[in-house]
Design a binder for this molecule. Sequence first.
Ligand code: PLP
Length: 411
Amino acid sequence: TGGARLSRNLHKSKKLENVCYDIRGPVLEEAQRLEEEGFRVTKLNIGNPAPFGFDAPDELVHDVILNLRAAQGYVDSKGIFAARKAVMQHYQARGMLDVQVEDIYIGNGVSELIVMTMQALLNDGDEVLIPAPDYPLWTAAVNLAGGTPVHYRCDEQSDWNPDLKDIRSKITDRTRALVIINPNNPTGAVYPRSVIEELHDIAAEKGLLVLADEIYDKILYDDNEHVSIATYCRDIPCITLNGLSKAYRAAGFRAGWMVLSGRVSMMRDYREGLDILSNMRLCSNAPAQFAIQAALGGYQSINDLILPGGRLREQRDVAWQLISDIPGLTAVKPKGALYLFPKIDTKRFNITDDRQFVYDLLVAKKILLVQGTGFNWPEPDHFRIVFLPDREDLRQAIHEIGDFLSSYRQL
Ligand code: PLP
């Protein structure tokens, strides 16, 4: 009988039924298989700056090395004091004067904190408004926590800004929170102040918790201004998330933070939930926490990359121009972040399955993209491309994409 039990399949939990994270999904597995066969795959699928020669600022690395001994043991479950104080001062200087050290939680990247915010908040069936397209971890985290993600549309015709009417129409008695990703992954949108004000007004009218994912807040092009919704949320609770992975090019450190602000008195009970969850993981990776103060207080070298002549800015321009030149593709020029989200003329290529399209491109050209539906976009007519490779590699890859499309028709 022991043998019979052993031969039975081990099934994954039902909790994972709707949990999906396609950025690292089956197409990536095929890419890894091709690499094992000896092919060189151009990976335009993940926003990880370091492998493309974008090094973290030296002082971050130095501070981690210098403090390795101090980081041997567990630290405070919400994070080391110096890091939390640096985060507090950073937001106070941006006008969020009431933020205190207790309002700050350090996590193993924003990813862990996203999961925590949802696990602490949701009962089965509670709804969370999430943009479509989205950074799909938000949707996955809501599903994992037993909640229901409700996607509001962002409008490609209007610079991918959120469709405010659509948000209003989707609010129900069960809506608990409104997620805002600004600057946006995957669209590159940066929301104007007027849109931020309206998003605040909607959340305030309905008493929603605002969750603001601002991990790209310093990656802005063409004088676009970033407006933190937290600066408007005095009357409602707000959580702002950010970290070292993008602007500080230290994604592997796994360091992020979240800041509770606005009407924190409404968050007393919720905060207890967050504390339980952060205690349960004991603490986040300690060495990386020593980089946070150096990052926020030091020279903001990201500016050299995004200003005219800067590498990221030039790559954004090249990628956008070359993609726009391909017959059958159009793209809104990104105002921020590291991605383009081009629209495919699906009729022209007879595309009905965007994952198949991405798979076919991979097999034919050894170029890896992510399909739009992987970002919870409802139609199979987009893909995301990362513009982190240098200009020549981008030119080459986008030329190959054009070449592939010139004869592609899906069966
Ligand atoms: N939020 C957004 C919008 C992202 O694009 C990413 C990573 O791509 C993350 C969060 C996760 O970042 P972290 O490395 O801090 O977990």
